[in-house]
Design a binder for this molecule. Structure first.
Ligand code: UDP
Ligand code: MG
Length: 318
């Protein structure tokens, strides 16, 4: 029986000093794998440094290296999508370029797949680099996301995973612009054939994280909007509370004025009520606006990215 093919998809944005080391470590670890060949798909997400040039150098000496060159920076989720679209393997492994997803776990992932697990996830048990505050934020985010949406998303599950071709093809059917792989995955997740590997994430090999607080917050808000319409319902609830509050306030003023003959000074109460109701309305409009904005972006059905696929075909194979 011919060997199966594994595609290793690596998204890289300004990772010039990491791609070479990652290649070296993957090559070393893949030497222990039996029954499978592999291709290494580097997705250059519009890097402005020498990431692309360094990938091309690797490709020159190893034609298992394929390059998907995105024409500008499209973001991590789209980069993974592009890599998945071009991957030819019977299983696709996703990993970061900065060696925070240690290649040493890759053979184990493949083994679990060969044993019949169609999806192999990883769980970060300890990340030396992250602060207590970051961990707390991440925990709160997953709690809110899971409380709001129908699809449960596993906590501390990084984008380091293996997906069988069957599910890769299925994932390709999702063509939303704004996407969160973790969420899509939990939507399609087979409950019985998932394996999980625990791992400790080391520090970045080189360079800086591409996620800052604002980017992470944007990702968090987006994923809630993607997977839940509950905030819309929340708008109605806030409105309802506002109305009840205004009604009670009205009754209070009425009673004070007509029965207790102790009129509340007018403008203060009016101001409070108007400002309060104004704020409630703005919140509701804002929430609705967020969703309309998403609809606006999605209905255009623009292509997700623009890319060149670069491979090093031997004349003999052509
Ligand atoms: N990345 C990407 N496009 C981006 C931002 C990041 O392809 O716009 C890649 C990046 O090169 C890395 C992975 O996504 O391989 C994870 O990013 P990073 O290490 O910066 O995130 P962190 O590990 O700090 O959460
Ligand atoms: Mg990283």
């Amino acid at each position: 029986m011919p060997n199966k093919l594994i595609s290793i998809v690596v998204s890289a944005y300004n990772e010039q000093d990491n791609v070479g080391e990652l290649y070296k470590q993957l090559q070393k670890n893949m030497a222990n794998v039996t029954g499978a060949d592999y291709e290494l798909v580097f997705v250059d997400d519009g890097s402005t440094d020498n990431t692309l040039a360094n990938c091309k150098k690797l490709q020159k000496k190893d034609k298992r290296v394929k390059i998907v060159q995105l024409k500008r920076n499209f973001g991590h989720e789209i980069a993974m999508t592009a890599g998945m679209d071009y991957a030819k393997g019977d299983a696709v492994i996703f990993m970061d370029a900065d060696l925070q997803h240690p290649p040493v776990y890759v053979p184990q992932m493949i083994k679990l797949w060969q044993e019949g697990n169609e999806i192999v996830l990883t769980k970060r048990v300890d990340n030396k680099e992250t602060s207590k505050l970051y961990k707390w934020c991440a925990k709160t985010f997953y709690y809110v996301l899971n409380a709001l949406s129908d699809t449960a998303v596993m906590e501390s599950a990084p984008d380091f995973r293996l997906i069988d071709r069957k599910y890769v093809d299925f994932l390709k059917g999702f063509n939303e612009q704004d996407r969160l792989f973790r969420g899509l995955l939990s939507w399609i997740m087979p409950h019985d054939k998932v394996a999980i590997i625990d791992f400790t994430a080391p520090e970045r090999f080189s360079g800086m994280s591409k996620y800052n607080f604002i980017k992470s917050l944007k990702l968090a808000v987006n994923s809630i909007l993607q997977f839940s319409v509950l905030p819309l319902r929340l708008a109605t609830v806030i409105g309802l509370f506002g109305a009840i509050f205004a009604l009670l306030m009205g009754i209070y003023v009425f009673v004070e004025h007509f029965f207790l003959h102790n009129p509340t000074p007018g403008y203060a109460t009016i101001m409070v009520t108007v400002v309060f109701l104004g704020a409630v309305q703005l919140i509701c409009l804002g929430i609705i606006g967020e969703y309309i904005g998403k609809i606006h972006m999605e209905v255009k059905k623009r292509p997700l990215y623009m890319a060149d696929y670069i491979e090093n075909k031997d004349k003999r194979d052509a």
